[in-house]
Design a protein around this ligand. Structure first.
Ligand code: GAR
Length: 226
């Protein structure tokens, strides 16, 4: 078996993305080893999920630090101590500072529940609905110094439906998050990803069907004329 990529997951909440990654590691379809799960909040679901899977956990409460940089330095030290090669942000609700970026250059990825560059930031499912967007989705991207601005690795698209609430849309998007995040990690584990400016290059390329999605669907002329 080839060497497993040593992954550290950072989460702030329920940890369903963490669970999807754990499941793929356990069924052998993801060549990664979760060496630590770190949260900035005590008592969150992600900690239970990690413990259940026998993964070492750490809670570093950001409220105990006088600056973002001091918090990030503590996180960096913990990740380095665990021998982490790739940092995976999975619902980690903190902005990363330069201290963190410098310690793991091009080695931090994030998942965001919108089709970037549309709707960066928070409460993005509600933003997509309020804007009247017909599609939303999720984006896995490298983390850079901006808010949700780094180079994009993979995206999935879902329709926004007329009776959607933020919760129903979030659920539809989460289903896709659980598919694309393990795939992004696997591509990195396989050494298939390089970054050229804003472009993420995957080698060898993955063939993608040039299909278009339309919402609302184009009405069928025969049924319209009846
Ligand atoms: C996910 O929808 C993730 O995309 C989002 O938080 C949720 C975490 O769910 N992340 C962000 O909004 C980051 N800005 P989970 O804890 O069940 O994985």
């Amino acid at each position: 078996m080839s060497k497993l990529l040593r992954v550290g997951v950072l989460a702030s909440g329920g940890g369903t993305n963490l669970q999807a990654i754990i499941d793929r590691c356990q069924d052998g379809s993801l060549s990664a080893e979760l060496v630590v799960v770190l949260t900035n909040k005590p008592g969150v679901g992600a900690l239970d999920r990690a413990s259940e899977a026998g993964i070492p956990t750490l809670c570093i409460d950001h409220r105990g630090f006088s600056s973002r940089e001091a918090f990030d330095q503590a996180v960096v030290t913990a990740l380095q101590d665990a021998g982490v090669e790739l940092v995976v942000l999975a619902g980690f609700m903190r902005i990363i500072t330069q201290v963190f970026l410098d310690a793991f250059p091009q080695r931090i990825i994030n998942i965001h529940p919108a089709l970037l560059p549309a709707f960066p930031g928070l409460h993005v499912q509600q933003q997509a609905i309020d804007y009247g967007a017909r599609f939303s989705g999720c984006t896995v991207h490298f983390v850079d110094g901006g808010v949700d601005t780094g180079a994009i690795i993979i995206q999935a698209v879902v329709p926004v439906l007329p009776d959607d609430t933020a919760d129903t849309l979030a659920t539809r998007i989460l289903e896709q998050e659980h598919r694309v995040y393990p795939q992004a990690i696997q591509l990195i584990a396989d050494g298939r990803i390089s970054i050229a400016g804003r472009q993420v290059i995957i080698t060898p390329e993955i063939p993608t069907k040039p299909v278009a999605l339309v919402n609302p669907a184009i009405s069928d002329r025969s049924s319209r004329d009846q």
